[in-house]
Design a protein around this ligand. Structure first.
Ligand SMILES: Cc1ncc(COP(=O)(O)OP(=O)(O)O)c(N)n1
Ligand SMILES: Cc1ncsc1CCOP(=O)(O)O
Ligand SMILES: [Mg+2]
Length: 647
């Protein structure tokens, strides 16, 4: 996958660690810390301020011994450094080694195996005046395609040219001037630079519930820009289909032609299409203009479209060989592939057409919705508890969510999982046949975590307000985060409450997390999960919930705290402060001294993350606890008592 690296400004700048943390939260894959004039102290203080969980995405130039101390991703060698070396420096496990080269000859004669090499200047430099491009992309392309090493473009890379680099054979790009040249705009600049494009080619549905307008909305929810290309005007509402006016292949291609200079789509999602000829004309055109494009075909085979080509094996062959991923629902899969949809049969089809198949399970019977992915990497079944009511255009939304995730660089397996969860939240979004997705950017929650002073933890409803009422009242009382803790509830009961609790929290601008149950956090798209020492381990939760999710861990000792941060916890729930009846099997009471010790150890190890004190805490205790440097208070009983008093 194409990797974009942000190189720091060469000078030390104001609030730099914070700004780098924000870049990571905004999706930056890697930051290269390069400060030619900084001293060791400057670098130590910069690295200490970078959130521990992001440090393995930092690569360091100079002071290479600090890379191991701070568990960084790797080191970068300047041209003068690597010229003195004959073999790869031996570092700690997992550390990457990269280096700067200034000519193809240097790359050809590079003395050892490096993870990637910068080649510069590819375009006229933005930050170094007079540092002009040495190459034309046209002349570099055949050379890069014959080089076995991973070469990253450096010099003058910006939003105007970055999209040309993958096609030229670069495995990544390093950006500096385009990110830092306008004071305070780095996150915005990065977002623009990283926003992928897709083409969505299909019918115009006047309800907006399906077709290309829906695709654009779904892609927008994923932070992806979609170019809508019409194949037909359809006349329909959410219940009735009245007819179709088809556009010719020439008219369709003319639309793509008009935007081909400003769009650089990684994926083309094809939906409603008149016939095989149109499909073939599109394949040929797309591959000639965007040779690297992935084609996702959502085969809408309703009789109204008049398509019967699935019955002709020769036509099938021609069509499927050109598609990367096909996303039929179960009836469509039967029409295309026949009645046998066993894994064995799907694998056979996948192999013979070199095609990935995602069978969307919305039409299956029962309580569990099962999507089946079959591809060369293996077979995966994605299960979710069925929830909400069926909607117009969910199949379309599913495939566009998949396409958007693929364009963002997720693997097919990750994309299929994200698409399933997205559709499940659409089903819950309204009581009508039209869905209204509500967007909540989870990486924003991760950022807000540091400002949470009160995290409310729900209590069983017995004698108390209902759980949903507790959520609403706690938000009104000022809780900036709510953790849904329903120890005795079944999954079905908790999911039902969780969907609404999430809505309430997000309306109030509060973070919403789930206690213990990672699979429920995934299904309802909670902002995160809280895990005790006996619950799922952090790496597994991260794998399931992804990079944006907040993962909290309960810790009772400094050793547990150090381990949790190293494993990637975003915050720690530390307690109990004093005895409480709210939790059974309470660990040893910590008192103020326990927090002091823990904060001290984390500080010494450069492992500071937000800490929430928990356990029997009342309003009167808060000033003293917060004065220790704890981020906030997690509490249940004290808020519940106040809710009952106020009623
Ligand atoms: C913020 C916060 N801290 C600690 C806990 C306790 O979690 P755990 O130890 O897993 O116990 P249960 O809450 O699951 O009974 C928490 N929930 N939140
Ligand atoms: C979940 C949990 N974990 C440690 S103490 C506790 C209960 C917190 O609730 P309260 O504020 O009522 O003591
Ligand atoms: Mg737990």
């Amino acid at each position: 996958m194409f990797e974009t690296i942000v190189i720091t400004s060469p000078e030390v700048i104001k609030n730099e660690a914070e700004r780098i943390n924000l870049l990571f939260l905004a999706g930056c894959p890697k930051v290269h810390v390069r400060k030619p004039n900084a001293d060791r102290g400057d670098i130590v203080s910069l690295l200490s301020g970078i959130t521990p969980r992001f440090r393995n995405r930092v690569v360091l130039s100079g002071f290479h011994d600090l890379a191991e101390l701070f568990h960084l991703g790797g080191i970068h060698l300047s041209s003068s450094e690597w010229h003195q070396m004959s073999e790869r420096p031996s570092l700690y496990p997992g550390a990457t080694v990269s280096a700067s080269c200034h000519s193809i000859e240097e790359i050809d004669h590079f003395p050892f195996d490096a993870d990637y090499l910068y080649l510069s200047p590819i375009f006229d430099s933005i930050s170094k005046e007079g540092y002009k491009s040495q190459y034309s992309l046209e002349s570099l392309t055949p050379i890069l395609q014959n080089i076995k090493r991973r070469v990253y473009a450096l010099g003058g890379v910006s939003e105007q040219n970055i999209h040309k680099l993958p096609q030229a054979g670069f495995a990544g790009a390093a950006v500096l001037g385009a990110i830092w040249s306008t004071e305070g705009m780095e996150v915005m600049k990065l977002k623009t630079l990283l926003t992928p494009h897709i083409l969505t080619i299909g019918g115009l549905d006047p309800t907006g519930g399906a077709g290309i307008t829906k695709d654009v909305a779904v892609a927008g929810d994923f932070g992806v820009r979609a170019y809508p290309i019409a194949t037909a005007i359809t006349y329909q509402n959410e219940e009735t289909y009245l007819g179709t006016d088809w556009l010719t292949p020439e008219e369709i291609i003319k639309q793509i032609d008009a935007v081909k200079h400003s769009s650089y789509p990684q994926v083309a999602k094809i939906g409603l299409i008149e016939n095989v000829l149109t499909l073939q004309a599109l394949f040929t055109y797309l591959k000639s203009v965007f040779p690297y494009i992935k084609i996702v075909w959502d085969p809408i085979l309703k009789s109204s479209t008049g398509k019967t080509f699935h019955r002709d094996p020769k036509e099938m062959q021609e069509v499927l060989c050109n598609v990367d991923v096909i996303t039929p629902n179960l009836p469509e899969a039967r029409l295309l592939f026949g009645e046998d949809l066993s894994l064995e049969a799907l694998n056979r089809i996948s192999k013979s057409y070199d095609l990935s198949i995602l069978c969307k399970g919305g039409h299956c019977e029962g309580n569990i919705v099962s999507d089946q992915l079959v591809c060369s990497e293996g077979n995966t079944t994605f299960n979710l508890l069925r929830s909400g009511s069926s909607k117009h255009g969910t199949g379309c939304a599913h495939s566009s969510a998949l396409s958007a995730s693929l364009a963002l660089g997720y693997t097919l397996e990750e994309s299929a999982s994200k698409a399933q969860i997205y559709v499940s939240s659409l089903m819950r979004s309204s009581d009508t046949l039209l869905s209204t997705p509500k967007v909540w950017n989870s990486s924003r929650s991760l950022f807000m975590l540091r400002d949470v002073k009160h995290m409310f933890i729900t209590h069983p409803a017995k004698g108390n307000p209902s759980v949903l009422m507790q959520v609403e009242l706690a938000c009104r009382m000022g809780a900036q985060a709510v953790q849904l803790r329903m120890k005795d509830a079944t999954d079905e009961e908790m999911i039902e409450v969780a969907y609404s609790a999430r809505e309430i929290c997000h309306l109030h601008g509060a973070i919403f997390t789930i206690n213990d149950r990672v699979h429920i956090a995934r299904q309802v798209r909670a902002d995160g999960v809280h895990l005790g020492q006996q619950d799922t381990d952090i790496a597994e939760a991260r794998r399931i919930l992804g990079d944006d999710a907040i993962i909290g861990r309960t810790c009772n000792t400094p050793q547990e705290a150090v381990e949790a941060v190293k494993e990637g916890a975003d915050y720690l729930g530390v307690g109990p402060y004093r005895f409480t009846k709210t939790k059974k099997k309470l660990a040893e009471v910590l008192g103020l001294e326990g927090y002091r010790k823990m904060l001290d150890v984390l500080h010494k190890e450069h492992l500071e993350v937000p800490i929430f004190a928990i356990g029997g805490i009342t309003e009167e205790d808060e000033p003293e606890i917060l004065s220790l440097g704890v981020t906030g208070i997690a509490l249940s009983g004290d808020f519940i008592r106040k809710m009952k008093c106020d009623r």
